[in-house]
Design a protein around this ligand. Structure first.
Ligand code: CAO
Length: 416
């Protein structure tokens, strides 16, 4: 089966998570992704949090599948020369170095565009160009704080909280992938490459748009009726942390199920959709609530929403999270069990769909990783193992015309 991105050659000058998540996605869809790494050490994540001595860490293997690895010291003249050759024949260069690093290396956008006017140069930085923080180096949690996620996540009586989801890293990588694909389509029309830049702050904020909505509502009316602070608590002039409240127009909360006293994940998320009130009452065995004026409308329910959640928890007390969802699904109520990583790793549906895959690896044996969350009718992306450090150096150099003796000499001077 041919893959849509076959024939697209990508220089993957990325490290850690944000950039590698982007290029991994493009590699799944068929792009020829050559990861350029520093000789001897490579991407820092190869060594981070290792669970098997001498084998690449899962942090690396789970972000670099389907790629080739070329070791290259791009600060040495010989390394620069090789990179220039690669640039001349590639379609995309992706990087997420600290601010200014690529320029210091001698590969500014202007230089890259001069070497190959058709090439797309895609970058991740913490903050966008021209932002007053654009000189900062940024990791995941920094981006979550700068992009509005931390101030709006958690409980009102606790500190700003970081989400476990990689809103700053992988999310930014996904935004960049969309930018690259758009620029490739643009190139088909104009014949020209362009610079594509995504900042982690902007990508986090893009996902926090409902909180920007709430800031404006708060400024206009002084309260937010779907937040737990309403109607009994106080609002200041900034969007508060709403705990587990639903972010849209329907209230929801994480509710305890059977076994919550000993199992920290014996919970479901329950949503009270306005038009589903009748089925909810029927599911809970509370038919008297259906037409009771104190419960009938969303507005009437809001002042005592936690009393309602308490009643639902009493109903859940003798049901596991799975049993509860199996009942509620029959009533068309939007809900789900709170699933652990162990449950997800072993979920047969996720294995069958290719969302979680087991990949054989030369040194690790095999490892579990995420597969493509995007499903196509004409293509099933296959996940292959991440490369060992420099595994494809000889192959890539030979394709650029270097002889075995040249490669030996380059190794002697540690340029590759
Ligand atoms: N050969 C020679 N030098 C290389 C090289 C290679 N193959 N690959 C990288 N380098 C050099 C760079 O040129 C840079 O050198 P100078 O600083 O001397 O110019 C140096 O390695 C370090 O690069 P860096 O600043 O990117 O690395 P860091 O570990 O200090 O910072 C990070 C890491 C992630 C904070 C920073 O890269 C960053 O802010 N990136 C942008 C935002 C981002 O993507 N963050 C997400 C990371 S995932 O959480």
């Amino acid at each position: 089966m041919t893959k849509p991105l076959e024939g697209i050659k990508i220089i993957d000058f990325t490290h850690v998570q944000a950039g590698p998540a982007c290029t991994q996605l493009l590699a799944w869809f068929g792009a020829d992704v050559i990861k350029v790494e520093r000789p001897g050490s490579g991407d820092v994540t190869r060594n981070q949090l290792r669970d098997i001595p001498d084998a690449d860490a899962l942090y690396f293997t789970m972000l670099n599948s389907n790629k080739k690895s070329l070791t290259l010291d791009t600060k040495k003249p010989e390394g620069k020369e090789i990179l220039e050759k690669l640039v001349r024949e590639s379609d995309v260069l992706v990087e997420n170095f600290g601010p200014g690093a690529l320029d210091r290396m001698g590969f500014s956008w202007e230089r890259l565009n001069e070497l190959n006017p058709k090439m797309i140069v895609a970058s991740v930085k913490g903050f966008s160009d021209g932002h007053h923080y654009d000189d900062l180096k940024v990791y995941e949690n920094v981006a979550q704080c700068a992009g509005g996620a931390a101030s709006t996540t958690g409980f009102w009586d606790g500190p700003p909280t970081i989400s476990a989801a990689a809103l700053g890293d992988s999310n930014t990588g996904m935004h960049l992938a969309i930018g690259i694909l758009t620029a490739l389509l643009g190139r088909d029309k104009t014949g020209k490459g362009q610079k594509v830049a995504v900042s982690m702050q902007d990508s986090v904020l893009n996902l926090c748009r409902v909180k920007l909505r709430d800031q404006q509502r708060l400024e206009r009316v002084g309260y937010l009726e779907e937040y737990p602070q309403y109607p009994h608590g106080e609002f200041s002039d900034v969007v508060p942390r709403g705990g587990n409240a639903g972010g849209g127009g329907q209230p929801g909360w994480v509710l305890k199920c059977k076994g919550w006293e000993t199992d920290p994940n014996a919970y479901i998320y329950f949503t009270i959709q306005g038009h589903a009130w009748e089925p909810i009452c029927k599911a809970l065995g509370k038919p008297e609530w259906i037409d009771d004026p104190a419960y009938k409308t969303a507005e009437a329910r809001q002042p005592h929403i936690f009393e309602i959640f308490g009643t639902i928890e009493a109903w859940l007390a003798d049901k596991t999270k799975f049993e509860a969802v199996d009942i509620l699904r029959k009533f068309d109520i939007p809900c789900a069990p709170v699933l652990t990583m162990k449950e997800l790793a072993n979920d047969p549906s996720l294995r069958a769909s290719g969302t979680i895959v087991e990949v054989p690896h030369k040194k690790r044996g095999s490892y579990l990783t995420v597969g493509s969350p995007i499903k196509f009718s004409d293509m099933k992306p296959e996940v292959t193992a991440s490369p060992l450090l420099g595994e494809h150096t000889d192959e890539v150099l030979a394709s650029l015309g270097y002889s075995r003796q040249d490669i030996f000499n380059l190794r002697e001077i540690k340029a590759v």
